[in-house]
Design a protein around this ligand. Structure first.
Ligand SMILES: [Zn+2]
Length: 102
């Protein structure tokens, strides 16, 4: 899906979203209303592959020990191998999502 603020580009193609506002929060609201998606945390932010739940014990040597001790749910990207958990970055993103949906 192409997202653009270019009216010229929007006039040439059908399968895109013409972003109307210059303000980020309004842009995010427009996109989330236009596109049905799974959880925003279902894909790898690096390579866009769907992540998969992984057993905590199998990734102990791949994450900081503090994270291992303080979190229980982890996901792995099957493409690039990165491991994800609901840390502070997750909470900041969730705040933005709540604001968009309010
Ligand atoms: Zn990945």
């Amino acid at each position: 899906m192409i997202l653009t603020r270019s009216k010229n580009l929007a006039d040439k193609y059908d399968d895109l979203i013409l972003i109307e506002s210059e303000h980020l929060m309004d842009q995010l609201k427009q996109v989330t209303k236009s596109v049905k998606t799974k959880s925003p945390f279902s894909r790898c932010p690096v390579c866009n592959t769907e992540t998969e739940a992984v057993e905590k014990e199998t990734i102990e040597n791949e994450i900081p020990s503090y994270v291992f001790e303080t979190h229980k749910d982890f996901k792995r990207c099957p493409e690039c191998g990165r491991v994800f958990w609901k840390g502070t970055h997750y909470k900041e993103i969730q705040k933005v999502i709540n604001e968009i949906n309010s």
